[in-house]
Every structure is written in C-alpha cells, then in structure tokens.
Design a protein around this ligand. Structure first.
Ligand SMILES: Nc1nc2c(ncn2[C@@H]2O[C@H](COP(=O)(O)OP(=O)(O)OP(=O)(O)O)[C@@H](O)[C@H]2O)c(=O)[nH]1
Ligand SMILES: [Mg+2]
Length: 470
C-alpha cells in the first residue's frame, strides 16, 4: 500500500512538473490562462463533501479524522466552506486545530483556490482553513461545505453558491453527495452545477452518492421507500434510468435511540458499507491521477484548438498578403509599361533616350507598388483582419460535439489574442508550439493512464493481502 501511494505520488509530481515546465509557458504566451496551469493540480488530492443540511457531512468528516474538528447539530449548523488539511507542524499536537481565514486560502499561491477570489468578500468570509494532525490527511484534503437548504436563495448567501460548488468540484478528485432519509432529494441545482463543470468522461468516476443516517429508517420497508425516493429523484435529475451506486451508511457513534430490532436486521447487512465508503475516500489519490490525466488532456486539447485557430488565421493572413503582393506587382508592372508606352507614343523618344523612358516607366512602377503597398497596409489589411475576426468559427473544423465544446472554451481567447496582435502572428512559431502541445499532452496523459492501469493490477494484490489503510 505504501509502495502504491509512493508510486502515485511520484507520478503525480512528474505530471505536475511537465505541466509547469512545458504547458504553462505556452498557456501564458498565448494568454490561454493567467494563472499557472499546474496551480489547480499541485496540491494534495481533494475530497469535496456536499449534501443537504444535517445529512451528516461534518459527522462523517469528524469520524474520518478521529476527532471533533467540525461542529455538528440538527439544525442547519454550518454556513462555511472549510478546507481541512494536515498540519505541517511536527510534534505531539494531536487534537490541536489551527484555523486560518479564507483570505489566506485565496491569496497564498501554495493553495489552488485563487480562481475563487471572483466570488468576492462575502464568500471569502465563509471560507476557512483548518489544519489538524490526523493520519487520515496524509495524502488528501477534505472540504466540508454548508448544507444545501432549499429555502435559502442565492442572494441570501451573498455569493453564488452554485458557482462556488462548481469551482471546487472542478479541482476536487472525489465528490461525495450526502442525502439523509428525511430529505432524499432536492439537489437538482447542485447536480446541474456539477454536470456543467466536470468533464463528461470523469463524472461517473468522481461522484459518489451516499444515503446517510439509514439507522433512522424504522424498518426495511421504510429503508426501501427512502431508497426508492432517492433513486427516483436522482433519475429525474440525471434524466437517466440507470441508477448510480448509492452507499447506504450511518454513523454508529451518533446513532440515536431509535435503533431497534426492526432496523438492526438491515443495519447488520449494511455494516461493511461504511468501510467501503472510507476506502473509496482514501482512494482519492488514485482519482487524482485520473483527474490529472484528464486535466492534461482537456487543457492540451483546448490549447491545441486555440493554436490551430491561430495557425489557420496565419495561413489566411499569408494568403491575403501573397494575393495583395502579386496584385501589386501586376498593377505596378502594367502601370510602368503603360507609362513607357504613352511616353513613346507621345514621341518623347526623340527628345530623350530609350533608357531614360524605360527608367521613368520603372520609376512609375515602383511608385505605384509603394502606393499600393501603403494602401493595403493601412486600409485593406485591417479590413481583412476585422472580417476574419468576425467569423472565427470558420478557422477550424467543428464537425463534432467535442470540437464545438473546446471551441466554445477558446473562441474568446483566440479573438482577444488576434485582436491584440492586430493580425501579426507568426505561422512558423505557432506550428512549432502546436506540435509541442500535442506531444506533451499526449505523452503525459498516456503515461498517467498507463500508470493507472498498472495500479489496477497492484490493487488486486493489495486486496488479496486484505490490507486497507484506514
Ligand atoms: N441517527 C443518526 N444521526 C446522525 C448521523 N449522522 C449525523 N447525525 C446527526 O445529524 C445531525 C446533523 O449532522 P451534521 O454532521 O452536523 O450534518 P451536516 O451535514 O454537517 O449539517 P450542516 O453542516 O448543517 O449542513 C447531528 O445531530 C448528528 O449527530 C447518523 O448516521 N445517524
Ligand atoms: Mg456541517
């Protein structure tokens, strides 16, 4: 297991390194991203815990940490997003909680949250960091969130909850969504914000549904009714008939007096579910690798698309210049020949030598060429640039949904770049950079996926040895 963790860690570092060394400079160069691309992936793997209020998020977190870090209670208890990470201080300060406010998280670039600054002051006062000594946090970070309460409108919170959740989900490696028997639904908006943030390919892998507090179901029938309601709600949200795996769990430590013989029967059957949930959570580092590979692929693809568009613009620009240049040569030649012809016709030849007339024809041709070149430069070139900018969709093929999606992400960036450069783009350099992005993104994601494949086989051995970390 330790070997496996070290292996994941070394591959993770390698990937972050490649992104930092190879992709970020290009992303900056083409203004694809203001912040370093590795910023989102350089920190420890993250587990985001979402769910209705009082669904037991904080209780589960305390249980994982083996200490009371988060406040718990029956009414909506917590209105903050709390990042819980391992304290970097050594020593026997178990149980000590070091707390920092949201500004530190948002402004210190060792943390991957700078993008959340856009949610403003109200959000930053509801964002905090707690550092604790718990071995559970050796390889991951937990994020507790305010419970979802239907009656709270966005304006009451003072920041856009959906967007904050979307941003956090984008960088989290595992997302738990907790329900409880009393509120087995009502997360449509959150679901939608996840759907729009997470790449389609990793959605299934990254989201874990949990029906918590099942000890409060009075008997098996009650549990089935609650489970059925949740399935119905989930399929309403997802628009799909197949139901994702739902962990049915409860916390024996806080189980109320309602436990009785009727529910003890099914609780016995579900006993191992809490462990499997914990195992899933401690597997977040593996998800991180997957996440990293997808991250590199996604950004690689977008950056590629951006560069393809710029290259295609540069080709159009070059073609336009060539056309204008050839046209200029033709009209100046015609003008030169015509003036030579006219001068000859007028009988000037008698007065001046043939060479002088030819020289005047050439001078006319040169003057006409420069006038044309200036005209192209100051009037036509800008027109061509503007017309191309108006129809950027034509620059690259958009023949499938994936291409249209990536284009949606980079179209404005392409516009901004070309607008700023005023059409001055270097085709050769762009082509060289495009080749590099392709190579780096492909090889990095291939290595990560290969490592993941190897880990799957390693996992078998671990299971055979029945070694579970936490
Ligand atoms: N019976 C039972 N009660 C639970 C369980 N998990 C949590 N509780 C109780 O439910 C209440 C709410 O738990 P919290 O952990 O505060 O829930 P939360 O999701 O963090 O709530 P907010 O922070 O308000 O969103 C507390 O009183 C817990 O003791 C469980 O598995 N079974
Ligand atoms: Mg809570």
């Amino acid at each position: 297991m330790t070997y496996k963790k070290n292996y994941i860690e070394s591959i993770r570092k390698e990937l972050v390194d490649i992104v930092q060394r190879e992709l970020t400079p290009l992303a900056h160069k083409y203004r694809y991203s203001q912040s370093p691309l590795e910023e989102n992936i350089k920190w420890r793997p993250m587990v985001l815990v979402l769910g209705n209020y009082s669904s037991g998020k904080s209780t589960l977190i305390n249980e994982l940490l083996g200490m009371e870090v988060q406040r718990t209670g029956q009414a909506p208890t917590d209105d903050s997003f709390t990042v819980i990470a391992k304290s970097d201080r050594d020593g026997p300060n178990v149980g000590e909680i070091e707390e920092k406010d949201g500004k530190v998280l948002l402004n210190d670039d060792q943390y991957p949250f700078s993008a959340l600054r856009r949610h403003g002051q109200r959000f930053s006062s509801h964002f905090r960091l707690k550092k604790v000594q718990s071995s559970f946090l050796d390889n991951l970070v937990l994020i507790d969130t305010p419970g979802m309460v239907d009656s709270i409108a966005e304006r009451d919170r003072g920041y856009n909850y959906q967007e904050v959740v979307g941003d956090l989900a984008g960088i989290a490696d595992l997302i738990l969504i907790l329900f409880d028997p009393h509120k087995a639904g009502t997360i449509k908006e959150t679901y939608e914000s996840l759907r729009s943030t997470l790449p389609r390919s990793t959605y299934e892998d990254r989201v874990v549904f949990v029906l918590n507090r099942v000890d409060e179901c009075t008997n098996l029938n009650d549990l089935l009714r609650v489970y059925g309601t949740l399935c119905w709600n989930l399929s309403q949200m997802t628009g799909r008939k197949d139901i994702p795996l739902i962990h049915l769990t409860w916390s024996p430590e806080v189980m109320g007096p309602q436990a009785n013989a009727d529910n003890q029967d099914f609780l016995n059957l579900l006993e191992n579910q809490r462990n499997s949930l914990k195992r899933d959570i401690s597997n977040a580092p593996r998800h991180r690798l997957d996440h990293l590979a997808t991250y590199v692929e996604e950004h690689g693809r977008r950056l590629e698309h951006l560069l393809e568009a710029l290259a295609s613009y540069a080709v159009l620009r070059r073609r336009f210049r060539l056309k204008m240049w050839s046209f200029g040569i033709i009209i100046s030649l015609i003008a030169g020949l015509a003036s030579f012809g006219i001068l000859t016709q007028l009988g000037v030849l008698g007065a001046a030598s043939y060479e002088i007339l030819a020289g005047s024809g050439l001078a006319v041709a040169v003057v006409i060429y420069f006038v044309w070149a200036a005209f192209v430069r100051y009037f036509l070139a800008d027109g061509q640039h503007r017309t191309t900018l108006l129809d950027l969709d034509r620059l690259t093929p958009l023949d499938n949904q994936e291409r249209r999606d990536t284009w949606d992400q980079v179209k404005d960036l392409a516009y901004a770049y070309l607008d700023r450069q005023k059409g001055e783009v270097n085709l050769r350099r762009i082509k060289r950079d495009l080749k590099k992005v392709k190579e780096v993104a492909q090889s990095a994601s291939r290595d990560a996926r290969k490592a993941l494949g190897e880990l799957e086989t390693l996992r078998e051995d671990d299971i055979r040895g029945l070694q579970v970390d936490h």
